[in-house]
Write a protein of this length. Structure first.
Length: 180
């Protein structure tokens, strides 16, 4: 196979469009999960249009390894780019639930989370082995690592669950800061 300048340009275009196509697809799924129907439809149209053009250019000659590699490489890089876009630009929330046994530092966890600026609700309850403290907080997804670190520093044996939260209205959310 002789690689001409024209063939190389087509492979680069296929790669870049496939990256964009996959990234749009990832964002479309996030937006769809949030119930944004019109935006989901627009992104779906763009995704399908790019997919059709790129696929047509690859399928016409499956023996063209350069175009096939550009197509496959663009898909994988596009997934990575889409996830990076979602993590950076799409605001998403997570409900963090913590359950500690009696004497398990539930109140201390709540105080530590409040110290770093998160709204927290504490509740007393009854678990399978006696009294428990339940701590609940809704946080930005990017702050989850910091929140978990804070929880486990106070109680390494705390029972923690994370729940995807579709929307938040009212309540207390700290100013969005990206954890590193």
């Amino acid at each position: 196979m002789i690689v001409t300048e024209e063939a190389l340009v087509l492979a680069v275009v296929i790669f870049l469009l496939r990256v964009f196509n996959s990234a749009v697809g990832t964002v479309r799924l996030v937006v769809m999960g949030r119930g944004r129907y019109f935006l989901t439809a627009v992104l779906g149209f763009i995704e399908a249009l790019i997919f059709a053009w790129v696929t047509a250019n690859v399928i016409t000659d499956l023996s063209n390894i350069l175009n096939l590699a550009a197509y496959c490489g663009g898909f994988s890089v596009g997934i990575y780019v889409g996830m990076a876009i979602e993590a950076r630009f799409v605001t998403s929330f997570v409900k963090v639930n913590v359950i500690t046994s009696n004497g398990g530092n539930g109140h201390e966890i709540a105080l530590k989370l409040r110290e770093i600026g998160h709204g927290v609700t504490e509740m007393r309850g009854e678990g399978g082995s006696g009294e428990v403290t339940m701590v609940s907080s809704v946080v930005y997804r990017v702050n989850v690592p910091e929140v978990l670190k804070t929880i486990y520093a106070a109680n390494p044996k705390a029972f923690v669950t994370l729940e995807e939260t579709r929307s938040v209205q009212h309540g207390w959310l700290r100013t969005l800061r990206h954890s590193r």
